[in-house]
Design a protein around this ligand. Sequence first.
Ligand code: PLP
Length: 364
Amino acid sequence: MSEIILSNPIIDLKETKKNLNSVLNSNFINEGKQTKQFENKICKFLKIKYAVTTTSGTTALFLALKAAGIKENDDVLVPNITFPATANAIKMAGGNPVLVDVDPVNILINENSLKKKITKKTKFLIPVHVSGRGSNIKKIIKLCKKNSIKVIEDAAEAFGSKINNKNLGSFGIAGCFSFAPNKIITTGQGGAVVTNNKNIYKKLKILKDQGRVGPTTGGEDKYVSNGYNFKFTNLQASLGLSQIKNIEWRKKKLNQIHNYYLKNINQNKYFKIIKFEIKNGETPLWTDVWCANRDKLYKFLKGRNVVCRYYWKPLNVTYPYLKSFSGLKESKKLQKKLMWLPSSLNMSIADQKKVCNLINSFYS
Ligand SMILES: Cc1ncc(COP(=O)(O)O)c(C=O)c1O
């Protein structure tokens, strides 16, 4: 019997092959026409002025920090529970990640802890929209404005998720997305930075291509700053274009899975589903749960071919961000309690039912 896993990409082979054929026939597989088309579709979908594709969500965060002017040793606030990529990007850009506690209700950065960590050295904040949640974004932006802190959203898991009809990723000075295989759309690897700021957009374009201003001619190119190679490819754009085409179906499917879990799993004092504000526009990329005895439940389900995914360990117990739990008491309580339930775009109702029945029987 096949395993029910966290997530599987859904790729429309006919549409993708059509796109790929066009790229291969043109013999231009580097970043070019199809990449631009994909960036334009992202802008239209997210209602944002500029989108710049890159090689991953991690390099998107790195580029956004660089384009927004991060300086060596600037303090950057980051939630203590996130994929280490967020903190790694800060380090890579020369910044100093400052770990902030999270809110146990939604696993987002905790505003009270945040206020306590702001100092004169704080120049940036990267809120992370874990699993597609971002309900605290407006309050955070307000607080940061008051303290002249720039907000770059880690929206790696929140492509298409909204708050009050505005897309996550479009609240800060820049928003960063990942197109890794477990995301709502995937290009194998890949990512994008979006912004409404023309200056940042121009810098992103230059930084991702060796500090060069186009059009590129070869040896005579004009280089105006240092830079990197984080170019996308038209091959990846072929995948992105075919998937963004049915993004509304993808969002609907993820909502359906989450609502099914909510309706059919009996929550109790040992097992709680972390809430989403679906009516407010949030899209649950994955359904995440708090369980008192997580590891036991995980093993029970795995033995029956349902493979959940443990949450990341808090950053403060992860090399190279080791530090005590002082000021991070909610993260400490959440440690070893959180995991994601299978939330794959191709999940059948029968599979969803199996997950619900097994969890209910575990607790009965
Ligand atoms: C919250 C978060 N931030 C950053 C990243 C990094 O994205 P990528 O794997 O595309 O580098 C990911 C994802 O995979 C993520 O989940």
